[in-house]
Write a protein that binds this ligand. Structure first.
Ligand SMILES: [Zn+2]
Length: 166
């Protein structure tokens, strides 16, 4: 299979693009884990804690990253009707890093950053459901995620150091 324009796992440019993305640092950390497919989803957690469930908290499917962000009917409602909804469908891939790389390659910076916020919000809300944490009203998830990005853009301080940048 051709992997044109998308580097291998160790692609420095790709990781640098993730670490320099103009989104809050916690979202960058999330994206890094998302792209490496190492977020502690149900299927990952259950290998270490067999008493835990590997099911998605919103449906009865197995909770993989691909399921949670691309297949689950709960999360797909969150971005519905938004400009980046097509980013999920057009670039949809079972490989999260490839999906991320495709979005970064083909979409505008603004869409890329907003999209990152939505992915992060989906993950944050999933954990809130799982651990009975404070939840955002479902119909406000999108707006709240984007207003965090807005605030971040307005208050952006000096550039932080990029890990691995010697
Ligand atoms: Zn689900």
């Amino acid at each position: 299979m051709q992997e044109e324009g998308i580097g291998p796992r160790g692609d420095e440019k790709f990781w640098k693009a993730i670490w320099t993305m103009k989104v809050p640092p916690k979202v960058r950390h999330f994206l890094w884990k998302f792209s490496r497919d190492i977020l502690p989803t149900g299927v990952k957690v259950v290998t270490k804690n067999p008493q835990r469930s590997d099911e998605c908290p919103f449906c009865d499917q197995k909770e993989t990253q691909h399921h949670l962000f691309l297949e689950c009917s709960w999360s797909s409602q969150i971005g519905r009707g938004s400009p980046w909804e097509s980013a999920f469908t057009v670039h949809g891939s079972s490989d999260c890093m490839k999906l991320m790389a495709e979005v970064m390659k083909h979409e505008s910076l603004d869409l890329e950053e907003s999209w990152a916020m939505v992915l992060w919000a989906i993950w944050k809300e999933k954990n809130a459901h799982l651990f009975n944490g404070p939840k955002w009203p479902e119909d406000e998830i999108l707006q709240r995620a984007l207003s965090i990005l807005d605030d971040y853009r307005k208050n952006q301080g000096p550039e932080e150091a990029v890990p691995g940048d010697a």
